[in-house]
Design a protein around this ligand. Structure first.
Ligand code: FAD
Length: 418
């Protein structure tokens, strides 16, 4: 039986031209010229260049502003402008429409690199690219793409407006309503927790046009700030404090009928699909955050001396640092694997949920340990390590709480095994 399986695997993977048969083990494997499968941390030249460019931008431009932005709970407009100037706000958008025409993995790399320096800037870029731009690219008509994507790549920040005071995890219980009035839709209701909304110019709003159809009435509308979106409240938060999170009110907000995205009643499908892939972005944010905390704290452990030696050379510390490095590696592999699966057109929803869940666990754990490794200094706001820990908490909440990720993973397992 085992040999039948082995032969069929070999037949399926047999290359056109055989080179050598290796007999290192009792089950020899056949290796072909040019058929070495790459490891998960393989990147194209373009992706590597993007990583370097984002790293430089994050370190040089964002880095010096992080503390003030956190203290002031506001995003420096120069940072937003910098993201546009660097081509980071239309990463997958075609060059014809003003974008960088790059890959999904590139967007993930950008989100990760920004999070190493500031998770607030990272989530701003993430929501804008992986939710807003992707909805227009995937579901927008040619006219909608031509109208909105160049603005989103060049100057206007985007917001994704799904959650409401009464509907969080149960997102499709939303209460915002849209009624047709001639060639317009009139929207009434409110949205809560909306990232980027304080600075945004473009809003994707989910509203129900026919509650009698339940979630099948949910429709996605593109709105601009000048249509009359009211910012009712800006939240004061534990972490990612420079990233704006607001409650929005819509009081007879009139939206042209041509701004319906993906068709009437298609909003629930858009939201599900987009959040499934958006989760890989949050995994990347959490991964970058954990790495950022690690990169700050570990060097300190080799300079700080107690009992006549560097604290990082005590076995108790070495083991913790090694375990954190393993945590980081597992989060990295899950995140890149989910991104590559999405790019390859393979099923990725379970993998995205795993990556998001695990990266948020790792982010909390590693950033918490990093504070301890730096002792009292780590507890002060001077080093910025404590900020990573505060920022890590949100990973288990937005774009589906950790329980919701586990529920998704469990549903797949049940399907596979029953
Ligand atoms: C900083 C921030 C930014 C955000 N940005 C956006 C944004 O840009 N756009 C947007 O639309 N939304 C945004 N959100 C909203 C976010 O997606 C929701 O907060 C999230 O989905 C959880 O919803 P909730 O807060 O209502 O919590 P609830 O749904 O009330 O959940 C509370 C607790 O109950 C648990 N729970 C709920 N249902 C179940 C279940 N079936 N099984 C097991 N446990 C369950 C949850 O896991 C959680 O632990 C943001 C939130 C925050 C805090």
């Amino acid at each position: 039986m085992a040999s039948i399986l082995r032969n069929s695997i070999r037949a399926a993977t047999r290359p056109q031209r055989l080179t050598a048969v290796r007999t290192f083990t009792s089950s020899p494997c056949v290796r072909s010229e040019g058929l070495v499968m790459p490891s998960l941390d393989n990147f194209t030249e373009e992706e590597q260049m993007l990583r370097e460019a984002v790293r430089r931008f994050a370190t040089d431009v964002v880095g010096p502003k992080v503390r003030d932005m956190d203290e002031n709970e506001s995003m420096d407009p120069a940072v937003i402008q910098g993201l546009f100037d660097q081509g980071l706000m239309g990463i997958e958008t075609s060059a014809e429409l003003g974008g960088s025409e790059s890959s999904f993995t590139s967007a993930i790399i950008a989100v990760e690199e920004l999070a190493k320096i500031d998770p607030s800037v990272s989530v701003m870029c993430d929501v804008h690219n992986t939710l807003i731009n992707t909805i227009f690219r995937t579901y927008g008509t040619k006219e909608q793409q031509a109208k909105f994507l160049p603005l989103l790549a060049g100057s206007q920040l985007g917001s994704f407006c799904l959650s409401e005071p009464v509907s969080g995890s149960d997102a499709f219980a939303l209460q915002t309503r849209a009624k047709k009035d001639g060639d317009h839709w009139v929207i009434n209701g409110s949205k809560m927790w909306i990232t980027n909304s304080y600075e945004a110019g473009i809003f994707l709003i989910f509203a129900n046009i026919d509650p009698s159809r339940g979630y099948k009435g949910i429709t996605c509308f593109a709105a601009t700030r000048d249509m009359g979106i009211e910012i009712a409240k800006k939240e004061k938060k534990l972490g990612i404090r420079a990233s704006s999170t607001c409650t929005l009110n819509f009081d007879d907000l009139r939206i042209p009928a041509e701004n319906v995205i993906g068709g009437e009643g298609k909003g629930y499908k858009i939201a599900i699909d987009i959040l499934n892939e958006g989760r890989i972005g949050i995994a990347a944010q959490m991964l970058g955050l954990a790495q950022g905390a690690f990169d700050k704290a570990v060097p300190y452990t080799y300079t700080r001396k107690q009992f006549g030696q560097s604290i990082g050379t005590f076995q108790g510390m070495q083991f913790q640092i090694a375990q954190a490095a393993i945590d980081l590696e597992t989060a990295r592999l899950l995140t890149y694997n989910a991104a590559r699966r999405k790019e390859e057109g393979k099923p990725f929803v379970k993998e995205a949920a795993m990556a998001k869940y695990w990266a948020s666990v790792v982010a909390q754990r590693v950033s918490g340990q990093a504070i301890e490794w730096a002792g009292g200094v780590g507890f002060t706001r001077e080093t910025g390590i404590e900020k990573f820990w505060r920022d890590s908490k949100i990973g288990a909440i937005y774009e589906g709480t950790s329980n919701i990720q586990l529920q998704t993973i469990a549903k797949f397992i049940q399907k596979e095994y029953s």
